[in-house]
Design a protein around this ligand. Structure first.
Ligand SMILES: [Zn+2]
Length: 99
């Protein structure tokens, strides 16, 4: 049974996998992609919200998003646009242009 406590544990596991994947990306890219796919499976199968994790793992295909390697980042009309180079999904985050 999935309770809030279990969801918190699954989210921590996914965070650990994502941080390990980001650390491994330069050395062993295949293992990093595998870690991010496992994290994506954990998050989607237990219907846990991505939140800030969507900046590191693509919500559609589960690949790791590393700027310059597997993702493009553009600043357009006050939004930061992340584009996954594997599937083409874009996410946008509003930023404050006054800074
Ligand atoms: Zn993708």
């Amino acid at each position: 049974m999935i309770t809030e406590k279990n969801k918190k544990i699954f989210a921590e596991d996914a965070d650990t996998l994502i941080s390990e994947a980001m650390a491994l990306f330069k050395g062993n890219r295949d293992l990093a992609e595998r870690y991010s796919l496992i994290a994506h499976n954990i998050l989607t199968s237990h219907s846990i919200k991505f939140g800030r994790r969507k900046l590191f793992v693509c919500k559609r295909c589960g690949h790791l998003l590393v700027p310059g390697y597997t993702a493009n980042i553009r600043l357009i009309n006050g939004k930061i646009k992340y584009k996954c180079l594997n599937c083409g999904k874009t996410i946008s985050i509003v930023y404050d242009k006054r800074i």
